[in-house]
Design a protein around this ligand. Sequence first.
Ligand code: ZN
Length: 318
Amino acid sequence: MARVLFDPNVYVRNDMPKCPICSTNADIYRRLRPPEIFEGWCEVCGDVSITPDAAERARRAGKGYLLSAALKQRPANQEYETIRQQDVERILKDAPDFTPLEKLDIALSVVASMSDRPGALSRFSHSQDYPLAYAASPDEALFYLRELAEKGYVHLEHVSAIVTMPGYERVEQMNKVGRQSRIAFVAMWFDPSRNPIYDEAIAPAIVEAAYQPLRIDKFEHVNRIDDEIIGQIKRSRFMVADFTGQRAGVYFEAGLMLGLNRNVIWMCDKKELPSVHFDTRQYNFIDYESTADAKARLFNRILAIEGEGPTDSKLENL
Ligand SMILES: [Zn+2]
């Protein structure tokens, strides 16, 4: 979408327009007519279109950076829709809760992915790109850069970073196998009553995030996982595990994926969540109330955890 241009017939403008999400000075204006949407472009968030109450909600939660991260990670070709209050609730609820060590790793991955070639200064700017490292502020992102330098993973030139060989080694270690795969393994109960959640929520959310869903629809495997399933799980980049129906196979498959050190996205119909096996309670479940709810939240979670799937041109360049 083209950048929003200021038009006095459409927008009101303050003297110093600021982004309603991150408070950076930005070319963002408020529409004259209700619902008085803020529209424009911000160097931290990218394209912004948000209702005043949604912006207020994110600011009040002190979690504007999660919204900035979600906006920044949107696929470039995605038509963007105005963010409303319920979208903010969903983004806040589904945002992964990373530890400082995980954020340090994420910061290194982002710095590396924004380096055009080994030895080059990364384009990562702590003042503009801090949400990509899930840092709440530029200062927090700068802290990660300094810590990465301390560990020898980057050289710092002022506040710009160059990834070192140990840094690239660390990135490779993190990515491991499966990262180049576009397959998302779906573990779930294969009862016909579950088809709508697969057809209308899980499969389309995975496809829209540019991955390929794989569901092995065969006999119920109780207490064992057959070789074909193990092979397919090993080929997959991440897993979507829906625990509704409490099938043993889903627990085994999710356990196998965790053992491979890859991401599992946990889902369950909200009504059944209390009966989910105790050991899985520590994970942040998408506890959906409808297929539409499941689809929207799964899509956001995939983008938050894995990013957009590899495009054909990216695969060719590998
Ligand atoms: Zn912003």
